[in-house]
Design a protein. Sequence first.
Length: 278
Amino acid sequence: MLKSERLAVLPIDAYDLGPELSIVDEHEYGGEYDTFTFGSWSSHVLANGSGADSDVAFRPHEGSLSLTELGKRLPNIMSLVAAHFPLERLQWVRIFALRDGIIAPHVDFLEWAKPGLRVQVPLRTSEESLHSENDTVYHIRRGEVWKIHSTDPHSARSTARTARLSLCLDFAESEEPLAIRGDIPATEPVLLPERPEVSATELEELIDSGRHFTPETMRTAFRPFAALHFERRAHATAAFDWYLEAARRTGDEDMVAKAQAFRTYCIEKRGDGEAFVW
């Protein structure tokens, strides 16, 4: 059962976003979350607790929201945020860009005792861009507001050449309902792509690729393990089970330990500011 939910649909065509999305396309990303990502993924901060462009590592904070220099260059996107969402609870405004890339299955907010509430609103997307949660894969259409159940294993993938740009809003008080203003009726059902069962042959071929792992290639080798979940019926965390079994076929205990440590870091436990070293 999908725990993430569509909360609303926004009249996104009422906002002239094209020129501002081009600015995001050209904006540089510092690579703060590269551990989780494969291919082209980037995070762009429009507003945070300090207003500093260099303040990019997500964390809960007290106090008011301040625009970064990028946020000041995107008035129409910020107008959309202000028109439809409660600003008094809003802590971070970011845009996630994903192009021909995938995010490893992970659990958010492991670093903090109290999770927040996270929503995403695609500003530019296609059906090649998918999200997942546990054993379910789904597509978020442009303008749909989705509450992401980020404390369960989840992921995202896009095979599109044009970057999917998704507005990510983080609010305090995860249990409080989110009052969204000025939405429009949803006219289409939630899109859940069909996925066939994974065959024994496919799975054996994937796992046996572990024979060719080296310490230098282990990181990039994880990508097809994460991708299979989007193409075949499987739980998101199965990627780590398959990856660990593949690492065992190397006969190298250090690589087995590294595969297990990556699983722990992504979905089980990590400290505030902890970096994973491949």
